[in-house]
Design a protein around this ligand. Structure first.
Ligand code: AMP
Ligand code: ZN
Length: 478
């Protein structure tokens, strides 16, 4: 089976070929830590997590690097406006450093609740100022830069293929330039590499540089840190779809200008989570957090499940009804796991192995087809349905239940729903004793005692599941 990924660069599904045999260098654009990550932001990180898990499932060793933007991201992506960090510091009466620390911690608490595997390397922009300055110096030496009133800029007109990723219509952009342009910027698409600190104002975050006191532009951090940890040419870069026209376009421009090499082979972008009313955004003031969902009684993993129900390249409209269905589906899967755990009896069923192989093949095929998780969930539902049917008819026993369990846990390496943690519910010892006593009574054909115990347990809300070869398990009923 070949893993195929949709590459934004070229807009095609392509067979994935790593640069180095069985090793994948993966860079994920991380959060700007000036505010809580909302469930839309988190959708992007679930997508990157699924990609990473599928690569691992395919036998690759993955090195994932994620940046933390803790300086330089301005309120407008076009290098104008305030630094989001400094603005938040004013709002919260804290320093920009304190703001960054607080929201970074919160971000990783949220990703942990969504069972997102931590990146191998987490790197902060503020910890890599030297690397960013060095990269700008290289660009300066190669004459890709110029100095404007408010900073050092990258001259995009010097690159023949600027904007290929986004299929930018450069001429059209120039003609219709309506976006705010910083003073002295030569081309609309030029972007800041280094911004000067405003005169007469002391910023919380500023550094000396060969061009004057200031701070790095937003894009340069991702080029400097990805190349530091993954090399000048690496395999996969991910981010939200909004990063295509500016942030990733500029990362490619400055990295390839500096090294003269291709920067990244595969660019993958996650579509947005929307609200029925439209965009969910910090500026729209309509953000939803994982905390909010939890307060309403949802399990954070139900949100993860909801994300899996939509393909990462399709936008997903968030609704409470959708989340309720996701929670129900997740609960059903957990019940299935619990049921598998308590199956006893040694019915033999050779054909079940064939079903396992068939389902495993189907699952591998759909996840390898550009991470088609909605189809993967359908494959699992098919397996669950068939296995439950066989269990109901006593056509499979403990051995097959174990096989089924192994398969579900194997799939969970990709789903990340923590299904291994679903525990068999433990009954108090005296009730377990009663169940055992009843099993014994059935063996000795003492039906009167057996029925008596069944009734006693039923009165306590426990229903026994009997099969000809013995009591197979029990269920709590309300
Ligand atoms: P930020 O913290 O603003 O830098 O954004 C973090 C990530 O979330 C970026 O990769 C964005 O592309 C992504 N993002 C922002 N809004 C949404 C949304 N509504 N749905 C999905 N991803 C989003
Ligand atoms: Zn980035």
């Amino acid at each position: 089976m070949t893993l195929k990924l949709f590459n934004t660069l070229g807009r095609k599904k392509q067979a994935f070929k790593p640069i180095k045999d069985k090793f994948v260098g993966l860079y994920t654009c991380g959060p700007t830590v000036y505010w809580y990550a909302h469930i839309g932001n988190l959708r992007s990180y679930v997508f990157a997590d699924i990609l990473k898990r599928i690569l691992i499932y395919n036998g690759y060793k993955v090195k994932q690097v994620m940046n933390i933007t803790d300086v330089g991201h301005l309120t407008s992506d076009a290098d104008t406006g305030e630094d989001k960090m400094e603005k938040a510091a004013t709002r919260e009466h804290k320093s920009a450093w304190e703001v960054a620390k607080f929201y970074e911690k919160k971000f990783f608490e949220d990703t942990a609740r969504l069972n997102i595997i931590n990146p191998d390397i987490i790197c902060r922009a503020t910890d890599h100022i030297k690397e960013q300055i060095d990269l700008i110096k290289t660009l300066e030496k190669k004459q890709y830069t110029y100095i404007a009133a408010d900073g050092v800029y990258f001259d995009t007109s010097k690159l023949k293929n600027y904007g290929t990723l986004a299929k930018l219509d450069i001429k059209g952009l120039k003609a219709g330039a309506r976006i705010e342009i910083a003073e002295g910027k030569k081309n609309v698409t030029d972007f800041a590499l280094w911004k000067f600190s405003p005169e007469g104002k002391k910023r919380d975050m500023e550094w000396d540089s060969p061009w004057g006191k200031g701070f790095p532009g937003w894009h340069i951090e991702c080029s400097a840190m990805s190349m530091k940890y993954l090399g000048e040419h690496f395999d996969i870069h991910t981010g939200g779809i909004d990063h295509v026209p500016i942030h990733h376009t500029n990362e490619i421009a400055q990295s390839e200008a500096a090294t003269g090499k291709k920067f990244v082979n595969y660019w993958l972008h996650g579509a947005f989570l929307q609200l029925k009313e439209g965009r969910m955004g910090k500026s729209e003031g309509n953000i939803i957090l994982i905390d909010n969902l939890e307060q309403e009684g949802f399990d954070p993993l139900a949100y993860r499940y909801l994300v899996l129900t939509a393909h990462y390249r399709s936008s997903l409209v968030f609704s409470k009804e959708g989340l309720v269905s996701a929670q129900t589906a997740l609960n059903r899967l957990r019940e299935f796991v619990k049921r598998l755990r308590i199956v006893r009896g040694d019915v033999s069923n050779k054909s079940f192995s064939k079903l396992i192989i068939k389902i495993k093949g189907k699952f591998a095929k759909v996840i390898d087809d550009d991470l088609n998780l909605p189809r993967a969930l359908a494959v699992i539902a098919e397996f669950e349905h068939e296995t439950n049917r066989l269990l109901d008819k006593n056509k499979i026993g403990m051995l097959q239940a174990k096989q089924a369990m192994g398969l579900i846990l194997d799939f969970d390496r990709v789903l990340g729903l923590n299904l291994a943690e679903v525990k068999e519910e433990k009954l108090p010892t005296e009730l377990m004793k009663l169940i055992k006593e009843r099993e014994q009574a059935r063996k000795t054909k003492d039906w009167a005692r057996s029925d008596e115990i069944r009734a006693e347990l039923k009165a306590k809300g426990i229903v026994l599941e009997d099969r000809p070869d013995g009591t197979t398990g029990w269920k709590m009923v309300n």
